[in-house]
Every structure is written in C-alpha cells, then in structure tokens.
Write a new protein. Sequence first.
Lengths: 255, 255
Amino acid sequence: MIQRGLLITTNNIATLAAFDYSKVKVGKRPTVAILSTGSEIVDIGKKPGRDQIRNSNSVMLKVMAEQCGAVAEIFPIAGDDLSNLRSQISNSAKGKDILIITGGVSVGKYDLTKAALIELGAKIFFEKIQLKPGKPAVFARLGKTLVFGLPGNPVSAAVTFQLFVRKAIMQLQGSSATALKQGVAVLSSNATAARDRDTHLPSRLETDENGRLIAVTLRSQGSSDFVGFAQADSFVFLASGKAAQAGETVDIVFL
Amino acid sequence: MIQRGLLITTNNIATLAAFDYSKVKVGKRPTVAILSTGSEIVDIGKKPGRDQIRNSNSVMLKVMAEQCGAVAEIFPIAGDDLSNLRSQISNSAKGKDILIITGGVSVGKYDLTKAALIELGAKIFFEKIQLKPGKPAVFARLGKTLVFGLPGNPVSAAVTFQLFVRKAIMQLQGSSATALKQGVAVLSSNATAARDRDTHLPSRLETDENGRLIAVTLRSQGSSDFVGFAQADSFVFLASGKAAQAGETVDIVFL
C-alpha cells in the first residue's frame, strides 16, 4: 500500500508507523542551484533603475524547488556579459543535480544563456518550445547537471518551473508521480490560446452550486503580472489556436 | 495585496520580493505538544500484544501540526493510570501553546483524559460533540495552554485535527484564513450520516468529462482504517440523519 516511489504525506505517514516502519529508505533530495541573469535585475534591498526590476525569481524558485523536496541554493545575479555569465554558470552548476537559470534566454539581441551553455560544452536538448508562456525555454545538460533556462518574466518562470523543473526534481528523487494531477473544469470567461503555441493560463478554481469545478483564469497584464498569479492553484490548457467560451469544459492541471 | 494575516506561499513570495520586502514580520510559530495515551498503544519498534496497536497518531499529528506552521514535539506514551496521566499532561503542556492528547477520551470505563484535566484545574469548554467522527473530543484550557483531547482512532484523530486543531494553530499565528476551503461536489456513491451526529466522510476528489467535481468517499472498515484515509483530499459533510444518493450534490471541505 506504500510502494516505492510514493510520496510520504501527512495522510500516509500513520500507515508507515502502524506497520512498524520506524526508518524507511527515501530518495535523496536533489540539489538545485538558482541563477538569475541580466542587467535589468537588481538584488532585493537595492533600488531598481529605469527598466530594472528586483530579483523576485530567485526566492520564488527556491521555495518552489524546496516544496518539491529539493535543497536549493541561490547564487549572485549574473550580468549580461558572456564571459561573466559563462563562469557563473560553471561555478553554480558545480556538484548540483539541477541548475535553473532565469532570464537571458530571449532578451535583447543575444540569447546569452544558450551561447554561454554552448561555449561551456553543454548538450542542448531543446531551445525553443511551442508553449505560451515558455517559448524561449532551454533544456540542456552540462556535465552531470541538468540545466533549465527559463524566461525572466516571473509568471513565465513560475509556469515553466511547474511544467518542466518540478518533474525533473520529482524524477531525481525516485517519485513515481512526476506529473501534476489533471482534470476537467468549466471556464468562467472566454479564453484564447496563442495562435501557434499551446497555452497554459494560470487560474483559480471554485465550485458552483451544481458541483461543477469552475476555472477562473487570472487576468494578467502580461507575463510579469505575478500579483494575479499569487492566486493560481491550476493551469487551464488550451491547444494552439483554440478559443474556448465561458461555460465550455477545458483541460486543467492542479498545482 | 499582501495583507496582514495572509499566508506567504510559493505563489506570492515573488510579490514580496518585487516590492522590496526583504524582511517581513510574521506570526510566531505556535508550539504544540503531542501526547498519546492508553495501554493499548505501544511505541513504533515494539511488538504490539493482543488488542494493542502501534503509536501512529503521534507522528501523524506532528507532521500535520508542522504543515500548519507549528513547532511540534512528541512526548512519551502515557499509561492508563490517572495519576501518571495527570503528571504527563502537566509536564507536556508546560510552556506550550497547544497540547494534543489522543486516546483516553472514551475508551473503557473511565474518561481518563477529562478526569485528569479536571483534577489539574483545567477549564473544559466542551467535552462531547455531535460529530462523527469526533464524538468524545474534549477542548479545554490548562493555564495558558489550549488542550485538545482527540479520539484514539487514527482516522478520527486526523479528522478532528483538521476540524479543530488546525484552526487553533492558524489562529495563534495570526492567520486570517483559519477555515478550510469549502465547495460543492457530486457524490460518486450513496452516503449516510449518523442518525444523531453531523458527519464528515473522508473523500478523494476527481473531475468527470463535464467538469463536475466528483467526491469518492473512501470506504472505511471503521474509524481506524487509515490506509483508506491516506488518499483523502477532502471531507464530504452530511448533516445528522441525512442520506445522499450517488449523483447528488454535497458540501465538501478541501484539505
């Protein structure tokens, strides 16, 4: 009833105790390095200039990774200079199972993260995906470290973490449930996918008096609206080009 | 947008960072003592005799309390002897915000927990409730410590923890969201409340292809069936005397 690969939870730990498992073998907690990049990012506690924002991604990704069971470490912000970025990637990846880099994947003229990874000899598995948000995401391996280059926008970083990085962290621990729980809900308002990209819309779930699960997509002023995202407990999935009306059923994943 | 009383989560911590809150004032983590009682309980690692079970409640309640933000400590099992129980209650409650006692509230001839609490001068707020499970639950105050006497059956202890103790832990931290999230779901099979007691049925939620939220009540071989409980993510609520058919809507709370 408690099989290899199952997560130990508040609900099943009593079963372990009742059957006398005072010690159990568990998966090793993966180690995760977190590196924010870009001259548009400043540390918390510093005053952002024009076109700059504070580094909210690092702390968010740290707690997200820890919630999946990882041991996470935040590294100093890397600048927009290729040789500097290269050495910071190399340094932060050292001995880690996973390196998460945010920003630098599509901003400005150069795709610096990818360039730095290639110069370091990383193997690139994918480097542009037909997803919204997430288009510029990069997945690579540098030595033994899995590297995820996520978009710098906080909401895009959060969504792509949940879709890709979470799965890797669960898998590395030996979890047999690496996917988020799926379901079907009813849209509370019209929603549209990107024309050429499968789309995940952060949403909040409620139930109506008929026991229907209602997905309220969180209005977003662009992909940096993490204030709206704060209420998300699910994503609505819409295939590329699809438009769904209020009242239609849509596929969802639970966060 | 982040108000006093709101829980800091993976979803909203980025907002704090973005608005430069590198340090925030948070509620103090309540301290919780956990005391299992009864000669029918043996420690994990020991072999239970006839009519004995291992102490699964303590570890379960510890992780449940910690998940609510408490700092929890397990005390040695107290025997079925009144003077011993009295001194163990007194000792474990010392300096704690909350003491959770399981067992001893209705087993056998004597209601030992209540007797010990009264002898210690505790103020009893309630001592029998019209709830299933939970009928013998006791709520009292001993000095400055809130005391919850929960039933010894693991499922009953888990349900009453979620209904009562969770709320107290959240409240003591200053949380403004002390209640579990409520909703409406559709029953997957017939269910009946106790004739004279409002009933909470542990259940597992799924969605059907119409976006309806389906509550699958977890079949239980009595209130000690914590193996079935391991899958619970919700409780179905049925008012006393009520019978609901498969396909009917019922009130639920999300765990």
